[in-house]
Design a protein around this ligand. Structure first.
Ligand code: T1G
Length: 648
């Protein structure tokens, strides 16, 4: 396949790169770009070069699949320098996204122009590395150090308008991008050429600037953003060549680290999960109107998420008062988004326009999908599904948001069982990315595919789960909590367990998290199971709840909390309560604590795989990362266990 094609039109060469799916910079592409620069330099008919890409996007960066392999020449920094040094000025014409090495190639070009919908970014830190082809050295020369620090250490994408304002783009062009870029090149030749990026001056920044920047970069929790910052600082204080050497050295040193491997694993897992191979040929059902049953926290969050995706939503509640509360809760979410600047006034109004409510099921006759999100009580949910069976179209997808109940029992006897699905959202549903998708035995492939299509529309991370108590995520959570209690029984102070998990990368330890969420829900479940005659061993959590300690909402759980203060304080009351059940103090090193808990997660994950509840280890990793705060840069419990991590 020809990677690069070239046509020449009145002195302007138009070079098109075509390397599907995202024009990544494989070794062959680097070689082809180099050779093209040589050829065009030697061609007297060419005065300037426009670089465009075929397909959905400009160059999305280095080929991440080549990262495990030894680097092959020509190296990207040399290709970028070759373009910058070309005798004819190159113009990068960016559509879609110019990311990582793609943006670096564009920065090697003398000009950068883009379609209004384009985005640019240096996402390397999100892969656990730093830019490897002058991103830390050329970017500050084009946009100034403050903006460069933001772009490089956050890994965020900038929309074209912002990039233009910052000076990273020279123009945003409407209409046919290639033609517009050729016109731009012609006009540019009529004026003096600007200095190439590497020749532009850079002023030093005060010490306070770096101190602040370090604080922000450290928040990411892993090494790459701080390493990127060191490279940027070097760029501002050392000559160009020295800064390039430092960047390359840092890039090569980070590339094989466990963090970078973990982030690459998550990168590919996140791209595979929304489009499972088994559903490739299956067309999902069209979704436009969604019914949400229940206007509590979950239902309101689901309704808000659906509106954000442009779906019309009817919220159903049992009476006027509950409906008014539910609708108000959804509106409050819209207001919050507007207050944070995420929603214009017009879009805010449109969100409300597409939302309505009812206390009857008649309004669901037109719904394409109905999501039940009522109280976690089997009888209540069964009654809801009986109503849905009577009122909904035969081809409407009917979903339950249950977290623990068996969806088969909830939907039994409802006609057309092929349309049933579990859709397990995580609270708050308009924020949390994870969506467990649970097919029932009779679920039709296109209904399952509809669940995945919904996830994509909502911007969620879908993971298929089989039916068991707690599906994938909550079952692992239960096992992890049991393991954490086991450590406490062995004599490890619970504050040490939490501190170890924070050091590992969680925002909260397991006991702090329970205090935040409340201990009572899990307690009531255990009590319910005991009442059903199941053999559920006593937990330490049971002791606390029976003593009235349900978490922050009751002023204390595993920890004490001062009035209005969310910071946990070690509780002498809890120590006394637990004393009869706990061995003499026996601290463990934080690494051993993390190893025990992550090991428990991975062991439960193995059991879920063996039972066919989870389909792949990477799915389990995504569940823990997107639903339970597992640090991305550790790759998830299955990845971490396979790497014989965890290390802190
Ligand atoms: N390398 C290899 N494969 C890639 C890839 C990449 N950089 N980017 C995407 N893919 C594959 C992806 O796995 C999927 O494969 C398909 O392309 C479509 O992706 C030297 C060191 C460009 C915005 O981090 O953000 O440059 O599943 O489903 O929604 O400094 O892909 O079809 O087999 O995501 O249209 C930095 C990451 C690299 C870019 C398109 N670059 N990519 O989104 O499609 S490091 C990135 C994206 C670097 C230099 C350094 C998105 C996209 P398959 P997709 P999309």
């Amino acid at each position: 396949m020809t990677l690069l094609t070239c046509r020449i039109d009145a002195g302007i060469a138009c070079v098109t790169l075509d390397n599907p799916p995202v024009n990544a910079l494989s070794a062959a592409v680097r070689r082809a770009l180099w050779d093209m620069a040589e050829t065009l330099d030697a061609d007297p008919a060419v005065r300037a070069v426009v670089l465009t890409c075929a397909g959905r996007t400009f160059i999305a960066g280095a080929d991440v699949r080549e990262f495990g392999q030894p680097p092959v020449e020509p190296h990207l920094p040399d290709v970028v320098a070759r373009l910058e040094g070309a005798a004819k000025p190159w113009v990068a014409a960016i559509h879609g996204a110019a990311l990582g090495g793609g943006l670096e190639v564009a920065m090697g070009c003398r000009f950068r122009v883009a379609a209004p919908t384009a985005r640019v970014g240096l996402p390397e830190v999100t892969l656990g590395i730093v830019p490897g082809a002058s991103g830390t050295v050329r970017t500050p020369r084009l946009v100034g150090m403050a903006a460069a620090v933001d772009l490089v250490t956050s890994g965020r994408h900038w929309p074209a308008a912002k990039a233009l304002e910052a000076g990273l783009l020279d123009a945003v062009l409407d209409g046919d991008l290639t033609e517009a870029a050729m016109g731009f090149a012609r006009r540019a030749l009529e004026k003096d050429l600007p200095d190439p990026a590497s020749a532009r001056p850079l002023s030093p920044m005060p010490e306070e600037f770096w101190t602040e920047a370090r604080k922000t970069a450290a928040r990411a929790g892993h090494a790459a953003p701080l390493a990127a910052l060191d490279c940027l600082r070097c760029a501002s204080e050392a000559p160009f060549a020295e800064a390039m050497a430092k960047e390359r050295e840092t890039f090569l040193a980070l590339r094989p680290t466990p963090e970078a491997q973990a982030l690459r694993h998550v990168f590919f897992a996140e791209r595979a999960a929304p489009r499972p191979a088994a559903l490739k040929e299956v067309a999902p059902r069209a979704l436009q109107r969604v019914g949400v049953i229940g206007g509590g926290t979950m239902g309101a969050g689901i309704a808000a998420a659906c509106r954000e995706a442009g779906l019309e939503v009817v919220l159903i509640e049992r009476d006027d008062a509950a409906l008014a509360r539910g609708l108000a809760a959804v509106e409050a979410i819209f207001d919050g988004a507007m207050a944070r600047g995420k929603l214009s006034q017009a879009d805010r109004a449109a969100r409300s326009d597409g939302l309505s409510g009812s206390t009857g099921y008649d309004r669901l006759a037109e719904a394409d999908l109905v999501i039940e999100a009522v109280f976690e009580d089997a009888a209540v949910k069964r009654a809801v599904f009986a109503e849905l069976g009577r009122h909904c179209r035969a081809d409407a997808v009917l979903a339950t948001n249950t977290s623990y109940l068996d969806p088969r029992g909830l939907t039994e006897g409802v006609p057309h069982p092929e349309r049933m699905l579990g859709l397990h959202f995580f609270s708050p549903a308009h924020v949390m990315k994870l969506l467990e998708i649970v097919p029932l035995p009779d679920t039709a492939p296109e209904v399952l595919a509809t669940g995945f299509a919904l996830a994509r529309a909502l911007g969620k991370m879908p993971v298929q789960a089989g039916i068991c108590e707690g599906f994938i995520g909550n079952r692992i959570l239960k096992r992890t909590r049991a393991e954490a209690e086991q450590l406490v029984r062995r004599g490890v102070p619970l504050a040490q367990v939490d501190a170890a998990m924070r050091a590992y990368g969680f925002r909260m330890g397991p006991f702090e998290a329970q205090d935040l969420g409340g201990l009572d829900i899990a307690y009531l479940q255990r009590e319910g199971a005991r009442a059903d005659g199941q053999d559920v061993p006593e937990t330490l959590g049971d002791l606390l709840v029976r003593a009235g300690r349900k978490g922050q909402k009751t002023g204390g759980g595993w920890y004490d909390y001062a009035e209005g203060d969310r910071r946990p304080q070690v509780s002498p009351t809890v120590e006394a309560l637990l004393a009869p059940h706990v061995a003499a103090a026996d601290p463990l090193p934080p690494e051993a604590i993390a190893a025990a808990l992550v090991g428990a997660m991975a062991a439960e994950g193995q059991a879920l795989l063996a039972e066919g509840i989870a389909q792949a280890p990477a799915d389990i990793d995504l569940v823990k990362i997107h639903g339970y705060g597992f640090p991305r840069w550790k790759g998830g419990p299955m990845f971490a266990a396979a790497l014989e991590m965890p290390s802190i």
